[in-house]
Design a protein around this ligand. Structure first.
Ligand SMILES: [Zn+2]
Length: 429
């Protein structure tokens, strides 16, 4: 197969020859192929890799399944996703992670790398079978109680020590539970005006500071999920300046949206579509997160794709579930917040949405630069398109997007997983 007329990382137009799932030639005027895909000048990126996806299966197949979630991922340009462990049953044993891994392989739309729970049942009392999950067919390397914080410092220390044996990483959902008991939105001027219980920045920052110190103390790898505050950025900058092995992610929604939307938005006020954990923060936080992603203090963009059925979101604010879907809009939101603002070029986007997430997850076969010999995991993207977001067009089973009706830049043209198209002309194959 030849993929004709694409611009690798936004460079000059070239053709890419693919054979047996591998890139075998990159050049101009390539000839002699059974199948030609016309790239029409689209930007070619290495297949995107998400470190933080909720696929909901097993247990909440009414919100998403591994199949619909990976179809959603493919439509967003992803070739691999890390599936979070807060399923039912929880992915805290070799059996459950292998089940999720196999479901991903059967679907064939996107590789699924299960994340293992840190503690049994995400209950924060006893370490899960980390070694058994690492040794399983799913080869788990990322461990997280995401949705819950591992707030017990002794357990967190033990987990950090344990994963060193297999080069694993603990991904922390940084939320001091007592400081956020009953929290509904970012603590600040707007939560005060609206009378909603606040989720203070310090509840995130205190856990990040503690865990950076713990990771340094035991010499282990730590990853911080969905960083959302300017103060967290300062702590990460300090930890990295010490040479500690700490990485961090930011979500697309925290790069674009603010807590002002809870008070006033095109969708009214108190609309639970904006309810998410960690909460949307202030404009100053958004600016700090963008700068940190640009300068490398925050390493990667991760979606925290969190599907919920309509009945769990379209209810009063206090009762609504927290979370937003994000796989099919991630690259557009990153273009809007980082590329069109001049903060990142396409090489920078590839680094933060493919190369580094694969490296942090120790995921082989993904996150390789588009070069001869690399697996043909390729995303074609047209940054000149403008699309009004219509959730009914999503492959995800859920519709809880905060971008409905917004016009966002860019469009995924095609996605190739080891040379096999999963998306062509923007549609699932
Ligand atoms: Zn989380």
């Amino acid at each position: 197969m030849i993929i004709r007329n694409v611009r690798v990382l936004g460079g000059e137009p070239v053709d890419i020859r693919v054979a047996d799932g591998t890139i075998t030639e990159i050049g101009t005027g390539l000839q002699g192929a059974e199948e030609i895909v016309d790239g029409r000048g689209a930007i070619a990126l290495p297949g995107l890799v998400d470190l933080h996806t909720h696929l909901r299966e097993p247990g909440r197949e009414d919100a998403e399944t591994v199949l619909t979630g990976t179809q959603s991922a493919a439509r967003g340009g992803y070739t691999a996703v890390h599936a979070m462990a807060n399923t039912s049953p929880v992915a805290d044993t070799a059996g459950v992670v292998e089940q999720v891994y196999r479901l991903g392989q059967e679907g064939g739309y996107c590789d699924v790398q299960p994340v293992g729970a840190v503690t049994v049942g995400l209950e924060g009392r006893q370490l899960a079978e980390l070694g058994a999950m690492a040794d399983s067919a799913a080869r788990v390397r990322v461990f997280s109680d995401d949705g819950h914080c591992v707030d017990d410092a002794v357990l967190m220390r033990r987990a950090l020590e344990y994963v060193k044996a297999f080069d694993g990483v603990v991904a922390q959902h940084a939320q001091e539970p007592r400081l956020t008991s009953g929290a509904q939105m970012n603590e600040g001027v707007i939560s005060g005006r609206l009378g909603l219980a606040g989720w203070p920045a310090v509840a995130e920052e205190a856990i990040i500071a503690r865990d950076c110190l713990l990771a340094a103390h035991v010499g282990s790898r730590l990853h911080i999920c969905h960083v959302s505050t300017a103060g967290s950025v300062e702590i990460l900058r300090w930890a990295k300046s010490k040479g500690w092995n700490v990485t961090a992610e930011v979500t697309p929604h925290h790069l674009l949206l603010t807590d002002a939307l809870v008070e006033e938005s095109p969708n009214g006020s108190y609309n639970p579509i904006y309810k998410v954990n960690p909460p949307l923060r202030t404009r100053a936080d958004v600016e700090a997160l963008r700068a940190a992603l640009a300068d490398g203090t925050i390493d990667v963009v991760a979606t925290d794709h969190a599907p919920h059925p309509v009945e769990d979101k379209e209810t009063e604010w206090a009762a609504a579930a927290m979370g937003m879907i994000g796989l099919e809009t991630a690259l557009s939101v990153v273009q809007e917040s980082m590329v069109d603002t001049g903060l990142l070029d396409w090489a920078g986007v590839a680094e933060r949405m493919s190369l580094k997430p694969a490296e942090i997850g120790r995921l082989s076969g993904h996150g390789n630069p588009l070069e001869v010999g690399a697996p043909a995991n390729i995303t074609l993207y047209d940054p000149g398109a403008r699309t009004e977001v219509d959730p009914r067009a999503f492959a995800s089973k859920s519709r809880n997007t905060p971008y409905e009706g917004m016009t966002l830049p860019g469009r995924i043209v095609a996605t190739f997983l080891r040379g096999k198209p999963t998306v062509l002309e923007g549609k699932l194959v």
